[in-house]
Design a protein around this ligand. Structure first.
Ligand SMILES: NC(=O)c1ccc[n+]([C@@H]2O[C@H](COP(=O)([O-])OP(=O)(O)OC[C@H]3O[C@@H](n4cnc5c(N)ncnc54)[C@H](O)[C@@H]3O)[C@@H](O)[C@H]2O)c1
Length: 253
């Protein structure tokens, strides 16, 4: 049976870990050829190895999404390798340092915005012209529930993720008539290496947060991947400009 994204060419940034790895694997399982990109070579290459071991097709391309020249080279390499770009998951992101608005350093604010927000914009800037040449495509950006509501003590991160949702809606409107759909996923707390880093100094924090979730548990990377694959697929052909919460009901409260 044909997969949801059978025969499509997909790019995943931050594909070497967590949500990006799970989504790379899910896209490949549903029939896409996947360009896995990450700033960390070992993680990205491991994702490619996992896809290949499962019978899929993938290539690793190193890029720092915060650097314009590297993002431009990344999209060029995807097109040189596979001839086109049908689906892009702009997912690379960092947690930065958890601080309040007044305690946030300029360095933390700049780096968090550079990776999480400018990185998504640079990807859109270079992916969209390729999709216009082909007559369409589907893009999903990783925002967060922190892109929908405020969270105390996460000033730079919340600012960056609200920005991602703004960019998503704007690009969706700009290219809707040209067959390019642009959506965002807004995960809540998902058990990934990012979460382990955030809570390494606070034993029990994960359980405390899980208890606040209406579903009573943390999310899994595979549960975000499933939403991204669907948004990338033709099954979502009438969906664009959506910041989709995949959050176990967190922001319904
Ligand atoms: N885990 C959560 O609870 C959660 C919740 C909401 C949103 N998110 C978002 O999901 C995305 C993925 O997070 P994750 O939890 O899988 O984290 P992760 O740390 O497991 O994975 C992030 C990946 O991005 C890569 N990366 C970091 N900076 C990069 C850069 N400048 N250029 C290219 N790659 C870079 C890392 O090397 C890593 O492989 C992020 O945008 C994050 O903000 C995560």
């Amino acid at each position: 049976m044909a997969g949801l994204v059978q025969g499509k060419i997909a790019l995943v940034t931050g594909g070497g870990s967590g949500i990006g790895r799970a989504t790379s694997l899910a896209l490949a399982k549903e029939g896409a050829k996947v360009a896995v990109s990450d700033i960390v070579v070992a993680g990205g290459e491991e994702t490619v190895r996992m896809i290949t071991a499962a019978g899929g097709e993938a290539t690793f391309i190193k890029a720092d999404v915060a650097k314009a020249a590297e993002v431009e080279a990344l999209i060029n390499k995807v097109v040189a390798t596979y001839g086109r770009l049908d689906c892009a998951f702009n997912n690379a992101g960092i947690e930065g340092v958890m601080t309040s608005t007044t305690e946030c350093s300029e360095e933390n604010f700049d780096r968090t915005l550079a990776v999480n927000l400018k990185g998504v914009w640079l990807c859109l800037k270079h992916e969209i012209p390729q999709m216009l040449k082909q007559g369409g495509g589907a893009i999903v950006n990783t925002a967060s529930v922190a892109g929908l509501v405020g969270f105390q003590g996460l000033a730079a991160y919340v600012a960056s993720k609200h920005g991602v949702n703004g960019l998503t809606k704007t690009a969706a409107l700009e290219y809707a008539k040209q067959g390019i759909r642009v959506n965002a996923v807004c995960p809540c707390v998902i058990h990934t290496p990012m979460l382990d880093r955030l809570f390494s100094s606070q034993p029990g924090a994960g359980e405390t947060i899980a208890a606040l979730e209406p579903v009573g548990r943390l999310g899994k990377p595979e549960e975000i991947a499933a939403a991204v694959v669907w948004l990338c697929s033709d099954a979502a052909s009438f969906v664009t400009g959506l910041p989709m919460a995949v959050d176990g009901g967190l922001i319904a409260q």
